[in-house]
Design a protein around this ligand. Structure first.
Ligand SMILES: Cc1cc2nc3c(=O)[nH]c(=O)nc-3n(C[C@H](O)[C@H](O)[C@H](O)COP(=O)(O)OP(=O)(O)OC[C@H]3O[C@@H](n4cnc5c(N)ncnc54)[C@H](O)[C@@H]3O)c2cc1C
Length: 582
């Protein structure tokens, strides 16, 4: 039987009563079919006859019989353009079949998974006798790289379709969890940041959840639980297990020696991937979590060139990820680089699962993580009152207000002095008894001389309050243990950043804080100690190991901005070309 739906009710989320009704209306063995409301036209555009002719040059014409399956569940390696008749994109959720869309003449199947080689989210089937142009992944890549008009239409549709699937919650992946569980938060973040649609059911909120728990023999103590494809049940899985199960990564050939392996898929790594792949290099990106890096966590990046109204970090990451794949870069997620074996060429990078990848050159783009405040709800206020940089942009946000700067180092001192020019009052909180041990004398003097900076020693933040944005801060005096509440809407956390360089052991020269030294930052002595074996000096972004580059936040001297990370990622590729020619 076929039912109509508004398209926003995935079968996994139907209430028990609704599911019961559905079953009662069908024979026990029958499959219930749910026809979702037609998706918006711009998500499923139609190609003109001339455009279809150009696609045909990259594919093969095929006749299909009514009901014939063109693409099975999980497959994603091809798209179909309908030239006669119609085909459907469907999906099974439990025992309910959802018809997502019917493609008529000129319409085409596919979404971003076809470019990434990820597991496909929805199979295709002929609704009636039809004729299609079948284009496999490699021919599709050639098409989007050479035909800019079709590239625009296809790429936009693929991205919008993924967003549509996410918005509809139309998925066979269910996460059962609790908002009080850190692992539930981790899994939600991992799936969201990887643009993987899911249905989230919160044990604390959903009264019908017991039926689902019983159906999969899961007790409330087992959460978080991931249920996939109506069959596979994973109890508190690691990100890597989820990536494996859901098919987030295409297989990596361990025997293949890549022109360049990029470690880290933040803005720097993704930029290197886009430039490397578009310039014909064989590129592999290894990312321990999800594309986007720190920027992916930013709710709105306002200062990145070309986005006058700002762009969310997630949007920027999704676009860059698709762009890298369009040019043929392979991006693997949930794969942490554990060690670099640098004594022999090609270099070898050992991943956390024990596998290795080989590379002629390496771009290290593993970024840095800011030391964070140990307070509940911090993530909610990051970018909405809690900042890790004090630039003119942030200063503008708090002109004439009171602000707090946390930290006793030079970066905190510089931030306080800078902000004091435009805000009403800067409360500078340090845990120590004073600044002399940690800050340069000239900055201490300026702080002392500034009437609008108030130094508060032995103080730490213990709580943040607010709704959509920060509204007040609670601070504790570590001597008296007295807690005071201040109506401050901006906190600048300047307690330093930790670069992700431990996995490099002593392959490359680091500075005293662990950031990678490159180019002219490397002294003659350091190069000698590192055994630099080239007649030339290291290139601008090259480390003390020839052919290994460092870009973005992980590099000493980097500006800690999205734009500088992107700039360095793209520049490194020009240098990779030079090293590959040596
Ligand atoms: C909350 C917040 C808001 C921000 N807002 C702005 C802003 O508005 N404008 C602006 O210009 N800048 C902003 N920044 C700074 C900006 O995000 C960073 O400068 C930028 O992301 C640095 O890019 P990156 O690629 O060098 O490193 P990162 O973004 O840190 O990316 C590094 C990537 O490497 C991965 N990785 C780490 N170790 C390994 C390993 N061993 N193996 C594999 N992968 C690994 C990480 O998972 C991560 O994805 C913000 C930062 C934060 C935290």
């Amino acid at each position: 039987m076929v039912m109509e739906s508004n398209g926003f009710t995935p079968a996994a989320l139907l209430t028990a009563a609704e599911r019961g009704n559905l079953r009662a209306m069908t024979s026990p063995a029958a499959t219930t079919t749910l026809r979702l409301a037609s998706p918006p036209e711009h998500v499923f555009p139609k190609l003109t006859a001339a455009q279809m002719d150009r696609v045909a040059a990259h594919g093969r014409l095929r006749r299909v019989a009514a009901g014939e399956v063109l693409l099975k569940m999980g497959d994603s390696g091809k798209i179909f353009v309908v030239t006669a008749g119609s085909i459907e994109t469907v999906r099974m959720v439990g025992d309910v079949e959802e018809i997502i869309v019917t493609h008529g003449v000129g319409s085409f199947t596919g979404e971003v998974a076809v470019l990434s080689g990820r597991r496909g989210l929805a199979p295709n089937r002929a609704r009636e006798a039809a004729e299609v142009i079948e284009v496999d992944r490699s021919r599709l890549m050639a098409l989007v790289q050479t035909d800019s008009e079709l590239s625009d239409i296809l790429m936009r549709a693929f991205i919008l379709r993924r967003l549509e699937i996410i918005a509809r919650g139309s998925t066979d992946l269910v996460l059962l969890g609790s908002r009080h569980s850190a692992d539930t938060l981790r899994i939600r973040e991992f799936l969201t940041r990887n643009a993987q649609p899911m249905t989230y059911i919160d044990l604390e909120q959903d009264a019908d959840v017991q039926e689902l728990l019983d159906r999969f023999h899961v007790s409330a103590a087992d959460v978080p639980v991931v249920i996939f494809g109506g069959r596979t049940v994973l109890h508190n899985p690691t990100n890597e297990m989820i990536a494996e199960c859901v098919g987030l990564n295409a297989p990596v050939d361990p025997a293949q020696v890549r022109d360049v392996v990029i470690v880290g898929a933040g803005p720097a790594g993704l930029a290197a991937a886009v430039y490397g792949a578009s310039e014909g290099l064989d590129v592999l990106v290894v990312e321990s979590r999800a594309p986007g890096g720190q920027a992916g966590a930013s709710s709105r990046i306002e200062n990145y060139l070309g986005f006058p109204t700002g762009i969310s970090g997630q949007d920027l990451a999704d676009r860059a990820y698709s762009q890298a794949q369009k040019f043929g870069a392979q991006v693997t997620v949930a794969k942490r680089a554990r060690a670099l074996h640098c004594k022999r060429k090609p270099f070898s990078i050992e991943l956390e699962d024990g596998s290795t990848v080989s590379a002629r050159t390496i771009v290290i783009a593993t970024g840095a993580s800011y030391r964070k405040l140990a307070v509940p709800d911090l993530a909610r206020f990051e970018g909405a009152g809690v900042y890790y940089a004090a630039t003119p942009m942030e200063a503008q946000l708090c002109r004439g207000e009171d602000v707090i700067v946390v930290g006793g180092g030079n970066s905190a001192g510089q931030a306080a002095v800078f902000l004091a020019q435009s805000v009403r009052r800067v409360y500078m909180l340090v845990r120590a008894a004073g600044l002399t041990e940690t800050m340069s004398r000239y900055l201490i003097r300026r702080i002392e001389q500034s009437p609008s900076i108030e130094l508060r020693t032995r103080m730490e933040i213990v709580g943040l309050e607010g709704g959509d944005r920060l509204e007040a801060v609670r601070c504790r005096d570590s001597q008296t243990m007295a807690v005071e509440r201040r109506a401050v809407r901006q906190v600048f956390v300047m307690t330093g950043a930790e670069p992700a360089t431990r996995w490099l052991a002593d392959c490359v020269t680091l500075d005293d804080k662990g950031f990678i030294k490159t180019g002219t930052d490397l002294s003659r002595d350091e190069l000698t100690a590192a055994g630099w074996a080239r007649m030339r000096a290291p290139h601008h972004l090259e480390s003390s190991l020839p052919g290994v580059f460092a870009v973005g936040d992980v590099r000493r001297g980097n500006l800690k901005r999205v734009a500088s990370a992107v700039g360095e990622g793209s520049t490194a590729i020009a240098l990779v070309h030079q090293v590959l020619k040596e």
